[in-house]
Write a protein that binds this ligand. Structure first.
Ligand code: FES
Length: 161
């Protein structure tokens, strides 16, 4: 694996600007946190009290919303999001082994990010191309009919026989 790099530093000034543009607009909590995530990739937990203060809410209310929605993230994510399908069609055609191999190649578990911030690994219920099972996605690109060699090719390591 590549030399571990530090996670990117949070651009607090950029976040403060976004928060300021929503000041006093209690109804705008969701668009505000979505904009922060769009701009910096996630919602750093340390900005939750700032958001609450600006909108006139309790920090626990903001925290509740941020943790409720699965699409909102409170930790930095990798530059590439890998989603391995765990749907039935993929499962019966070896999806579990594909997930295991991806974990081995990236040396992370589901829900984790590599130390160099290159990959975050997730699973999904169905990618929607079951005929090509087993499948995985890297960002918006689907990779079908996966096998150990293809996994190795995608993640840059030779498969041990
Ligand atoms: S079950 Fe994997 S793509 Fe549908």
């Amino acid at each position: 694996m590549a030399e571990p790099k530090k996670p990117p530093k949070v651009d607090l000034r950029r976040i403060e600007k976004i928060i300021a543009s929503y000041r006093g607009q209690r109804w705008a909590l969701i668009p505000l946190v979505q904009e922060i995530q769009e701009q910096v990739g996630y919602i750093p937990p340390q900005v939750i009290p700032r958001i609450a203060g600006a909108l006139g809410l309790f920090p626990s209310q903001v925290q509740g919303v941020v943790t409720f929605y699965a699409q909102l993230y409170t930790e930095p994510r990798g530059r590439n999001i890998v989603r391995v399908c765990r749907g039935t069609a993929c499962h019966v055609r070896g999806g579990k082994s594909i997930l295991k191999l991806v974990k081995q190649h990236l040396d992370i578990e589901e829900g984790e990010t590599t130390p160099d911030m290159e990959y975050t690994l997730e699973t999904v219920a169905c990618i929607g191309v079951c005929a090509l099972a087993p499948n995985l996605m890297i960002n918006k690109e689907t990779h079908g009919d996966m096998n150990p060699k293809k996994v190795a090719r995608l993640f840059g390591k030779k498969e041990k026989e």
